[in-house]
Write a protein that binds this ligand. Structure first.
Ligand code: HEC
Ligand code: HEC
Ligand code: HEC
Length: 350
């Protein structure tokens, strides 16, 4: 018998109907309790690895990941956003999580199998059909890279090092494993921060600005996966209390950072006078001004790495913030990379 077009058309109609009939019959099991067949398990992982590797090729250049300051915010976020599934050096996972299909792997064991770009791909986009979530904010690649930097350190971390990095039990109480919740201090404690930190100092910042910033994170007007998760479970009513608490803290003393005096001087010029030829306004016409708008942040004494990172975000248009943030987008537009280092050095030393 020769195969005719008629037969092929009939097959094209019947095959999907058969598929629907099998789905409708309830014969296909979705039970997690029985696990996958070994061949299904192999196939799914094979597809996942191929998909991750293929997409990681397009990731582009891997930024330097050995800066220890990258680890701190990511470690705190790992505790709130990842440890519940993957466990941590300080705490095992509940059995209920191990009954997931597929069970979330112990990352200490599997991280070395992946390249930096592949880890970036997994952490940024998550893994479909497994429960592995995507990074909450897709525009913050810098945050995703900081998580990759943390994951690289994870295999060598013992409980003590992890507690120290994540701030899990508050600074100064490291060593006792008691499941205290992570708090703002886990990341923002003065004692944990230095000039190289990407986490901002909050002590002594303007109360109005702190409140506006917290609202901006919780209303998703200021994109940060780390801060979005940190404020995610807070009620709106608790925000003024937190803003007042930090505004009333005295910024602690800190060791002088090794800043280049010529760079600081360059920054001072720009902060005081701006540069008319490039339409750069004087920063001090808005910031740190006696009687200025309290919704404009205080920059003096802020960590230089944090200031640089925020200026870079303003330039790319991805910083967001309060209803005033467009003022700053304009002010940052024409700054060169050297200008950014200079003003950050000036304000952090001030
Ligand atoms: C709701 C549970 C859950 C949460 C929360 C979660 N993951 Fe996962 N993760 C998984 C599961 C399940 C897999 C396994 C995926 C697979 O087998 O294909 C996975 C896989 C991974 C992998 C790849 C490991 C491998 O070899 O399969 C990495 C890396 C990873 N997760 C990192 C993270 C990070 C970082 C976070 C926090 C930002 C996080 N995960 C949050 C469930 C979770
Ligand atoms: C897991 C670490 C982590 C935790 C926990 C955390 N933060 Fe943050 N916080 C950060 C990072 C990182 C940034 C910078 C985010 C960005 O790029 O916008 C930040 C930024 C902020 C800012 C903006 C400051 C400025 O100068 O613009 C405020 C305000 C703030 N956090 C308050 C809080 C409060 C209040 C809590 C507790 C409810 C908290 N944070 C918990 C890491 C954390
Ligand atoms: C026209 C007023 C104005 C000028 C001029 C200005 N800024 Fe700003 N800046 C703002 C406002 C308003 C914000 C707060 C945005 C928000 O709501 O989050 C801000 C925020 C910032 C931040 C983020 C601080 C933090 O804690 O996250 C940095 C860094 C900054 N400005 C640096 C500069 C520098 C450097 C200059 C000079 C080149 C400058 N600004 C000039 C108004 C200004």
């Amino acid at each position: 018998m020769t195969i005719r077009w008629k037969h092929l058309i009939a097959l094209a109609i019947i095959a999907p109907l058969l598929g629907l009939a099998v789905g409708w019959s309830g014969l296909m099991s979705v039970r997690a309790s029985t696990g996958h067949w070994a061949v299904t398990d192999w196939f799914l992982h094979w597809v996942m690895r191929n998909s991750v590797s293929a997409r990681a090729v397009a990731t582009g250049d891997v930024p330097p990941l050995d800066d220890p300051a990258l680890v701190s915010g990511a470690a705190g976020h790992f505790e709130t956003g990842c440890a519940i599934c993957h466990g941590s050096p300080a705490q095992a996972r509940p059995d209920s999580v191990l009954a997931m299909l597929p069970p979330p792997p112990d990352l200490k064991a599997v991280v070395p199998e992946w390249t930096d770009a592949e880890l970036f791909e997994i952490v940024k986009h998550g893994v479909r059909f497994t429960g592995m979530p995507a990074w909450p904010i897709q525009s913050r690649d810098d945050e995703v890279w900081s998580m990759v930097a943390f994951l690289r350190k994870l295999p060598d971390m013992d409980a003590q090092a992890y507690i120290q990095a994540s701030g899990l039990h508050g600074v100064g109480h490291a060593g006792e494993v008691s499941p205290l919740p992570i708090t703002c201090e886990s990341c923002h404690a003065e004692a944990k921060l230095n000039d190289g930190s990407y986490i901002p100092r909050l002590a002594g910042q303007s109360e109005a600005y702190l409140l506006k910033s917290l609202k901006a994170y919780s209303d998703r007007q200021r994109p940060s996966g780390i801060m979005q998760v940190a404020v995610g479970t807070l009620s709106v009513e608790s925000l003024p209390e937190l803003a007042a608490y930090y505004a009333n803290q005295k910024p602690g003393p800190r060791a002088d950072a090794a800043l280049d005096p010529a760079l600081v001087e360059e920054g001072r010029q720009l902060a005081e006078k701006g540069r008319t030829s490039d339409k750069i306004p004087a920063c001090l016409s808005c910031h740190d001004k006696q009687g200025g708008n309290p919704a404009y942040p205080k920059l003096s004494g802020q960590n230089s790495a944090y200031l640089q990172n925020q200026l870079t975000l303003f330039q790319s248009g991805g910083r967001g913030g309060s209803e005033y943030h467009h003022l700053m987008t304009g002010a940052a537009k024409e700054l060169s990379a050297d200008d950014i280092s200079a003003v950050a050095a000036y304000f952090s030393a001030r």
